[in-house]
Design a protein around this ligand. Structure first.
Ligand SMILES: Nc1ncnc2c1ncn2[C@@H]1O[C@H](COP(=O)(O)OP(=O)(O)OP(=O)(O)O)[C@@H](O)[C@H]1O
Ligand SMILES: [Mg+2]
Length: 337
């Protein structure tokens, strides 16, 4: 399995496939019950009053459905969605152009909003609050700023690192949806729905097997489904049963808890090289040859959720479950976690 296939990030070639599997309205959007209920109230409340809803921030690890939800928000509002991303808004002018083209009620979706350049971010404050931008004309002492009204819109921002957002930006969102990892039952429904769309002969026990190893992440569930389908077609009769799914996932190096090579490398380093911690995340990242942000955004959220890793003020610590998972006995004595 390649690096890309293990990752919760979407590979470029995967984007078209994802579009076909994307839930198109709230009723098709599985799980995230709390977020869905909250969002429904925010959207429908505003619609009743006939105004644009509060700006919405979607926060959570990659592959949990932030982009899907942004599209659904626009659809629920019967609005057009304009899509851009933090890295694309390098200059304030890029954002000004985008904002001044908005039509009343539009949804402006800014993906990876934590990666927006500072000048653009400052322009966005005013736009979010007063539906206004100050366009600077000219340079040096002669420069003047011309206020421009923009149409009332709803900003939907998505971020995998809400902690990296500046306070003023975070404060301007009326509602923040914290996306959570999905339960095995939800993932089971998601892979069954995807199998139907893709025409895969997925049996109940096969679905359970895939769902249980998907790290709580729909993108990974859908990807494992495609890999298992390949295996089923090449090495079996095309039917995805429990046995076929198990054999396939073994080939792809996904263990029964859904930990992949990188997760296990992190646990191994933590336990074997640092005696279970505490150790800083950057040291840990160097030990596994990864970027600290990858370890922090991709591995840790799931390892914490699986009860194997704890974040303490002094650094990352392996829990007894991590030692057991690697087939080792945790050291006796002080409990660090
Ligand atoms: N609640 C859901 N129900 C059904 N399918 C889902 C759900 N959430 C996500 N998916 C599936 O997972 C895929 C990835 O979702 P999406 O692109 O929305 O994630 P994301 O949070 O935007 O990820 P990233 O942080 O990488 O941008 C989608 O193509 C969709 O098929
Ligand atoms: Mg996305």
């Amino acid at each position: 399995m390649t690096e890309d296939e293990l990752s919760p990030y979407a590979a470029p070639a995967e984007r078209d496939l994802e579009t076909s599997l994307r839930p198109s309205d709230l009723s098709e959007f599985v799980g995230q019950h709390r977020v869905r209920e909250q969002l429904e109230l925010v959207l429908h409340g505003a619609m009743r009053r006939g105004n644009a809803p509060d700006h919405v921030l979607l926060s959570g690890p990659p592959g949990l459905g932030k982009t899907s939800l942004a599209m659904i928000i626009a659809k629920e509002l019967n609005s057009q969605i304009r899509i851009t991303s933090g890295p694309a808004l390098e200059r304030a002018g890029d954002l000004a152009a985008m904002l001044s083209n908005l039509v009343e009620g539009d949804v402006l979706f800014i993906d990876e909003i934590h990666r927006m350049a500072r000048p653009a971010e400052e322009m966005l404050y005013l736009a979010m609050e007063d539906f206004r931008v100050d366009v600077v004309v000219g340079k040096g002492p002669g420069a003047t700023s011309i206020p421009l009204d923009i149409a009332p819109f709803t900003l939907v921002g998505a971020t995998t690192r809400s902690g990296a957002l500046t306070g003023p930006l975070r404060d301007r969102f009326g509602f923040t949806a914290h996306m959570e990892f999905y339960s095995a039952e939800d993932l089971d429904r998601i892979v069954k729905r995807s199998a139907k769309i893709l025409g895969v002969d997925l049996h109940d026990d096969g679905a359970i097997e895939i769902a249980g190893r998907s790290r709580g992440t729909p993108r990974i569930a859908n990807r494992l489904l495609r890999r298992v389908r390949d295996f089923a077609e090449v090495r079996a009769d095309g039917r995805v049963t429990e046995e076929v799914a198990k054999q396939a996932l073994e080939v792809y190096d996904v263990d029964h808890l859904g930990l992949d090579r990188l997760d296990r490398a992190v646990l191994n380093a933590l336990v074997r090289s640092f005696h279970g911690g505490p150790v800083g995340v950057s040291t840990l990242a160097v030990a596994v040859g990864e970027e600290p942000t990858t370890v922090e955004e991709v591995c840790e959220p799931y390892l914490v959720r699986a009860g194997m890793l704890a974040r303490t003020p002094r650094g990352r610590v392996a829990t007894p479950a991590a030692w057991h998972h690697l087939g080792l006995e945790p050291p006796a004595g002080d409990q660090l976690w």
